[in-house]
Ligand binder design. Structure first.
Ligand code: ATP
Ligand code: FE
Ligand code: MG
Length: 337
């Protein structure tokens, strides 16, 4: 089964062709990060315009690289939420037009389910599975009893993990998005500052990162007032330790309460080297649970992951009509049950 997929929820325009949910025939990605960097974040109007400019080129690229003709395809998968409405609309229109022109069924895909499905590019997910989905806009612990089924155990009450990296990055005047840069700085620094790990003792699976962000901002402002020079690498190490501690603590707890066959690490923050390393170490102590992190190159937004999740729907014959609309605020709760 060959599925062509479209992803345009934020600042990546991407089209992929994936066979049987795990063989990537092509994955064309055009990123617009350079256009947004001077604003320190995504500007929605600029993003939509870029998607319109790039979508047909990215589509041609995906078809050419895969060396697949439209007649050989079985379905069109598309991200319909969550994300920026103007951005989502461009991918959705592209997908609908392609489906109509080539008489193919449309599969609506939740972007977050896509992030998780990308674990199948590492090895087949074994169920029941627990997923830690950490990205620019979301931080969730999700229990999957079976394929394409999601029950949210816990989520962030304020900032997402990736968002906290980006906000600390903005404070340190690092280019947006700052996750990768802070990750690199953290390797060079020392954990000289003790920041709080939020909610460590609370009886749930939720996260909170706004307190940590405030603590970092206060630390920097106090130092500036006293005329002290801060070692930014040390600050990065100390901050990243606090984020990783919080993520690991909740994960350890959930893994204890819900014995699962596999544990998935997904979303843009899954690229973080310290998080990957410490989770790998934790999972070594739980031999009955297989650690399946999304391969590093598929952690960020891409259409291949939408093709992987689209295949789940395809097998269940969950298709949409040409009246499919975007759902910018979509989350996992709508997929429950
Ligand atoms: P969502 O998926 O919630 O809709 P998004 O699509 O914008 O949000 P992703 O593209 O999945 O988010 O992830 C981007 C985030 O990942 C950014 O916040 C970025 O800083 C972060 N990130 C990327 N690489 C790293 C890294 N090595 N360490 C920490 N964070 C990282
Ligand atoms: Fe994403
Ligand atoms: Mg992104």
């Amino acid at each position: 089964t060959k599925i062509i997929s479209f992803e345009s929820s934020a600042d990546e325009t991407s089209v992929a062709i994936v066979e049987d949910g795990h063989i990537i025939l092509s994955n064309a990605v055009a990123t617009q990060i350079n256009s947004h960097q001077r604003f320190g974040g995504i500007v929605p109007e600029v993003a939509s315009r870029h998607h319109i400019e790039w979508i047909t080129r990215v589509l041609d690229d995906a078809l050419q690289t895969a060396d697949v003709k439209p007649t050989e395809l079985d379905a069109v998968a598309v991200t319909y939420g969550p994300g920026l409405v103007g951005s989502l609309l461009v991918g959705l229109m592209g997908a609908k037009t392609f489906a109509l022109a080539h008489n193919l069924p449309i599969i609506p895909v939740n972007h977050l389910a896509g992030h998780i499905a990308a674990a199948n590019f590492n090895q087949p997910i074994i169920y029941p599975a627990l997923a830690l989905m950490v990205s620019g806009g979301h931080t969730e612990l999700v229990l999957m009893h079976e394929e394409n089924s999601f029950a949210v155990l816990g989520e962030t009450r304020d900032d997402a993990a990736g968002e906290s990296f980006d906000k600390v990055g903005r404070l340190l005047k690092l280019p947006y998005p700052a996750g990768k840069t802070i990750d690199e700085m953290a390797h060079r620094g020392q954990a000289t500052i003790k920041f709080p790990t939020a909610m460590a003792h609370e009886d749930n699976y939720d996260f909170s990162f706004s307190g940590l962000k405030s603590a970092v901002i206060n630390y920097v402002h106090h130092a500036e007032q006293k005329g002290e020079i801060i070692n930014h690498d040390d600050l990065a190490t100390s901050f990243q330790n606090a984020v990783v501690d919080a993520l690991i603590g909740r994960t350890r707890r959930a893994l204890k309460d819900f014995p699962v066959k596999s544990f998935i690490l997904a979303g843009g923050v899954a690229a973080n080297t310290q998080l990957r390393q410490e989770l790998a170490t934790l999972l070594e102590t739980i031999p009955e649970t297989q650690f399946i992190p999304v391969p590093h190159q598929y952690t960020g937004d891409n259409a291949a992951m939408i093709g992987a999740a689209g295949y789940w729907h395809y097998k269940q014959k969950k298709f949409a009509g040409l009246d499919l609309n975007t759902d910018p605020g979509l989350d996992f709760d709508l997929l429950k049950g």
